[in-house]
Ligand binder design. Structure first.
Ligand code: PRX
Length: 635
């Protein structure tokens, strides 16, 4: 496997080589994977179209790289450890051999129902091992998986199923999460009343709640696997995939109303998740890696499943939450399984800070070596607490910046090998060429500057398209600044050339590390009877990072504000999911608009943030008086 860049000099050298001769650089790294056929060309790209092809002509199956190739040497090593939501329930361990077997069996169950290469399969499950098995089984047979986070509503599920024209769903009866028991199958039943493409639904029973099964469509997971002959299933070769065949779709929110299906392909994504996993965390064989994300998000795809498994690591999958039944659950899990790498989000860290230091102080956690953070900018207080209280001052912190679209980490320090700086993601990985631009797209040179973060050339893990709408991919990422990939983030570059990501500069919010499009929430709020118009902005929130502030024009009785807010949030939950509920709702008689009718979000943001002194020029507004009214009614 690629050797680790274990100091700043070796990182700098690799970085130069990767930019000077990307084909030689990535060709050498890719040589170390299992291919059915090697590539004809390492890289072919054009950001205008956009078109990016890595390892074109190569053939592979990613699951052979994540499972089969480890069998001779590591077959009896733990591949996946699963820890329940309930501390009393025993954990489960799958060795590489057992995980391989389970994946082959479920892959055969899928084949038995006619699911084949290129079919789209939506997965809507809680964090049980069968979720990992389902994802890998799809990859094994070349079906394109689209995992939908278990917190999304029936409406969101049906939108995603319809957009992908999925032929099958894999779900659970329900999911345990903290004190909650979430009825997933009921949501699927409701969602499928609006979907005609789905022919089969597999149901894994986790909570044993009562469910209804539609005859001819629904199959219990247990029945499906009981019907498979193990030896026969293992003997079936993995589907041969072209390097640029889609591996999965993952829907994510953007600045327009409808979530986009980000598409990642087989070879580049595999190389990128493997490379970034091993380098960022400085992974050593035998280490146990605990990524606390949900597999419904990209972090779970790349750093619970594909990255660690392709490296032959032991990946720990946790069903629960950081604070259930008490706020030392993470620390218990770390001690119980002697975790080496802990990878979590600032929002989780902040909620644990809020619970008090006594919980973490009881746990020495001597096994911990590397602490990772991802999903949103980490504030200095959270960084230092993570370092001192969790890492006891002896663990490296890696601040990894990346996105659903990037497949894996782009900017990070390398644990212990390159310098860290609190709140800074620091330096780009080899192959990643970031730059800052101003609003007009002019590059901002030098250090101690800030601007909009773009990337100049493709790395192996970049998205290839948005499902069913390539033009949208072009417009969203490659047209704002022609010739560049635009991240949607703002960043600053310090005197050492280290990057600090300051947050989104588009109409996307980051609430508890979840990406939420303002237009999506506004569309949902506007469905509430009597709502004429709404505008959503983010405001600083102690735990969530950003909270959702909604300004709503409502024609109706406003005497009972509480029940109005409750009613609006119920519609949001039903349309998107509880993660998108507004934290504050203010009823207004008008919104600040320019004479051309554009909502001045900058002003609304400042009011929500409480920065009333810096509202800027409001005289160009259609109705400047509305601003005073909004300020007076601030929540
Ligand atoms: O704003 C950045 C923020 O999360 C966004 C991407 O969200 P998503 O696609 O859901 O993926 C999250 C997991 C990779 C980015 O545009 N973000 C992610 N990591 C960081 C971050 N902001 C600051 N620092 C980070 N380390």
């Amino acid at each position: 496997m690629p050797s680790l860049m274990n100091n700043l000099e070796s990182r700098n050298l690799a970085y130069l080589q990767s930019l000077e001769n990307p084909e030689a650089f990535w060709g050498e790294i890719a040589d170390q994977f299992t291919w059915k056929r090697k590539w004809d060309k390492v890289l072919d790209w054009n950001f205008e179209t956009p078109s990016v092809r890595w390892f074109d002509g190569a053939q592979l199956n990613i699951t052979e790289n994540c499972l089969d190739r480890h069998l001779p040497d590591r077959g009896n090593d733990p591949a996946l450890i699963w820890e329940s939501n309930n501390p009393q329930e025993p954990s489960k361990t799958y060795t590489y051999r057992e995980l391989h077997e389970a994946v082959c069996i479920f892959a055969q169950a899928l084949r038995n129902e006619g699911i084949a290469k290129g079919d789209r399969v939506c997965i809507y499950m809680g964090m049980v091992p069968e979720l990992a098995i389902a994802v890998l089984a799809c990859a094994r047979i070349g079906a394109i998986h689209s995992v939908i986070f278990g917190g999304f509503s029936a409406q969101s599920v049906s939108d995603r199923v319809n957009d992908a024209q999925a032929v099958a769903i894999i779900t659970c009866d329900g999911a345990f999460r903290g004190a909650k028991d979430i009825a997933l199958k009921t949501v699927i039943d409701e969602a499928l009343t609006q979907c005609t493409s789905v022919k089969k639904v597999w149901v894994y029973q986790r909570t044993n709640t009562t469910i209804s099964l539609l005859s001819g469509r629904d199959i219990l997971w247990s029945d499906a696997i009981a019907a498979v002959d193990i030896n026969q299933a293992i003997a079936v070769p993995a589907e041969i995939m072209e390097a640029e065949d889609p591996l999965f779709i993952l829907y994510t929110s953007g600045s327009t109303g409808k979530p986009k299906g980000v598409v990642h392909t087989c070879a580049g994504y595999m190389v990128w998740t493997h490379y970034t996993f091993t380098q960022a965390f400085q992974y050593q064989p035998g280490w146990i890696h605990f990524c606390t994300a949900d597999i419904g998000w990209i972090t779970g795809h790349s750093y619970i499943l594909y990255g660690p498994l392709s490296a032959g690591a032991t990946t720990l999958m946790f069903e629960g939450t950081p604070t259930y039944p008490s706020p030392n659950r993470f620390w218990e899990v770390v001690e119980k399984h002697r975790v080496d790498i802990l990878y979590t989000a600032p929002t989780a860290i902040r909620s644990l800070i809020g619970a008090g230091d006594e919980w973490v102080e009881k746990h020495a956690m001597p096994s911990l070596k590397v602490l990772g953070t991802v999903g949103e900018p980490i504030n200095a207080e959270a960084w230092y607490w993570y370092h001192e209280k969790v890492g006891k001052g002896r663990c490296e912190i890696v601040d990894t910046w990346w996105q659903t679209e990037t497949g894996g980490v782009l900017i990070t320090n390398l644990a212990g090998a390159t310098p860290s700086k609190p709140t800074y993601a620091t330096l780009p990985l080899p192959g990643v060429e970031p730059l800052l631009v101003d609003e007009q797209g002019h590059e901002i040179f030098g250090n101690n500057v800030s601007g909009n973060l773009c990337i100049r050339r493709p790395w192996p893990g970049i998205l290839r398209t948005t499902w069913g709408d390539h033009e949208r991919c072009k417009q969203t990422y490659f047209s704002t600044y022609p010739g560049l990939y635009f991240t949607g983030d703002g960043a600053l570059r310090d005197e050492n050339g280290f990057y600090r990501i300051t947050g989104r500069v588009d109409d996307v919010l980051n609430v508890s590390g979840h990406r939420i499009g303002t237009a999506e929430v506004e569309n949902a709020i506007n469905l509430y009877p009597g709502v004429v118009e709404s505008a959503i902005v983010g405001y600083p929130h102690d735990i969530k990072g950003q909270g959702i502030y909604a300004y709503v024009i409502y024609q109706g009785d406003t005497t009972d504000r509480e029940s109005l807010a409750k009613g609006i949030n119920e519609v949001v939950s039903k349309t998107i999911g509880a993660i998108a509920k507004a934290d504050k709702i203010q009823v207004v008689s008008g919104l600040p608009k320019t004479r051309s009718g554009k909502i001045m979000r900058r002003i609304l943001r400042k009011i929500a943030e409480g920065e009333l002194a810096s509202l800027g020029d409001t005289t160009t507004l259609l109705d400047p008086a509305v601003v005073d009214e909004i300020i007076a009614g601030r929540r």
